[in-house]
Design a protein around this ligand. Structure first.
Ligand SMILES: Nc1ncnc2c1ncn2[C@@H]1O[C@H](COP(=O)(O)OP(=O)(O)OP(=O)(O)O)[C@@H](O)[C@H]1O
Ligand SMILES: [Mg+2]
Length: 269
C-alpha cells in the first residue's frame, strides 16, 4: 500500500484545525492529485504523509508502517523511502546543483559515500542524466543561488527522482514553471512513478494539469474531502463548487478550462 489514513485529523500548535477526520487510501503505484482552494489543507496533508507532522487523531500508515510507532532508526529508514518535492526547495543557497541532487540519496548511501559526496561528487553521470530530463544538464556545477526560481524548482524535482523513493509527495511541484515546462516536468514525474511502480501524491493548483496526468482526483476544501473520484468523473460543476469562494474562474494553466479538461480526458483514455 502507498498510504492509508483513517479518521486522521490535524490541529496545528495554535489550536487551528487544518484537517477534519480524513479517510484516504492509495495503493502502491497509484497516482493521486489533490486540488482545492488556498488554505484547504493540501500542504498540511502532504506534511502528514511525509511524517513532518504528527496527526492529532486517527490512524496513519505510510508504506505499510505506522511511522509513529517505529523506532528512531526504522523511522529514518522509512523516510528514505519517501521523497518530498517542496514548493520552495529547501536547498542551501551556496550548494552546487550536483550536491543538491546527490543529497536525495544521502539517507541510502553508506556514511562513507555520503561524506565523500560532499567533498567530491561520486556519481556525476547519474546526477547529470537526471538533470537532463529537466533541461538542466549544463547546470550541474552551478551554484543553486544562481538559478532562477523555476530552475531551482526543477532541481528539487530532479533530486527526488534521483532518490528513487517508493512514495513521491509533491506539493505544487510546478508552480514556478511556465505552462510548457510545467507539463513536461509533470510528465517526467509521472513517467518515473509508472516505470518504478512508485506512488505519486501531488497537490496542484492547475486543475487542467491534474486532470491530464492523474487518474484519480481528490478535492479538498476546509480540511475535508469534498470528492475523491476518477479524473473522468470530475465535472465542471464539482470544480466550480470546490473553488466557489475564489470567484468564478478555475485555476488552470491554459485559458479555457473546459477545452483543457476535455483534451486532458481524451489523452488519459
Ligand atoms: N503551522 C501552522 N500553524 C497554524 N495554522 C496553520 C499552519 N500551517 C497551516 N495552517 C493553516 O491551516 C490551513 C491549511 O493550510 P495549508 O497550508 O495546508 O493549505 P493549502 O491547501 O496548502 O493552501 P495553499 O494552496 O495556499 O498552499 C490554513 O488555514 C492555514 O492557515
Ligand atoms: Mg500549500
Amino acid at each position: 500500500m502507498g498510504f492509508e489514513l483513517e479518521g486522521v485529523g490535524l490541529i496545528h500548535d495554535n489550536g487551528f484545525r487544518a484537517l477534519g477526520r480524513i479517510s484516504l487510501r492509495a495503493d502502491r503505484g497509484e497516482r493521486v492529485a489533490v486540488i482545492g482552494p488556498s488554505g484547504a489543507g493540501k500542504t498540511s496533508l502532504i506534511r502528514l504523509l511525509g511524517t513532518a507532522l504528527r496527526p492529532s487523531e486517527g490512524r496513519l500508515e505510510i508504506l505499510d508502517a505506522n511511522p509513529w510507532r517505529l523506532s528512531a532508526g526504522a523511522l529514518r529508514r522509512l523516510r528514505t523511502r519517501v521523497g518530498t518535492i517542496h514548493q520552495s526547495p529547501p536547498i542551501p543557497p551556496r550548494q552546487r546543483v550536483v550536491t543538491a541532487i546527490h543529497a536525495g540519496r544521502l539517507g541510502r548511501w553508506p556514511a562513507w559515500k555520503g561524506l565523500l559526496s560532499l567533498l567530491y561528487p561520486v556519481d556525476i553521470a547519474g546526477a547529470q542524466a537526471t538533470l537532463a530530463r529537466f533541461d538542466l544538464a549544463d547546470r550541474l556545477f552551478e551554484r543553486c543561488d544562481r538559478l532562477s526560481g523555476g530552475q531551482l524548482q526543477r532541481v528539487g524535482i530532479a533530486r527526488v527522482l534521483y532518490q528513487q523513493p517508493d512514495l513521491i509527495l509533491a506539493d505544487e511541484p510546478v508552480s514556478a514553471l511556465d505552462p510548457a515546462l510545467a507539463d513536461a516536468a509533470l510528465g517526467e514525474l509521472v513517467e518515473e512513478s509508472v516505470r518504478r511502480g512508485a506512488s505519486l501524491f501531488a497537490s496542484l493548483h492547475a486543475v487542467d494539469l491534474a486532470l491530464k496526468w492523474f487518474p484519480r482526483i481528490v478535492g479538498l476544501r476546509d480540511g475535508e474531502v469534498a470528492f475523491d473520484l476518477p479524473a473522468d468523473r470530475v465535472t465542471e460543476a464539482m470544480l466550480h463548487e470546490l473553488y466557489a469562494a475564489e470567484g468564478d474562474t478555475l485555476p488552470v494553466q491554459a485559458r479555457d478550462a473546459a477545452t483543457c479538461a476535455a483534451r486532458a480526458r481524451s489523452s488519459c483514455n
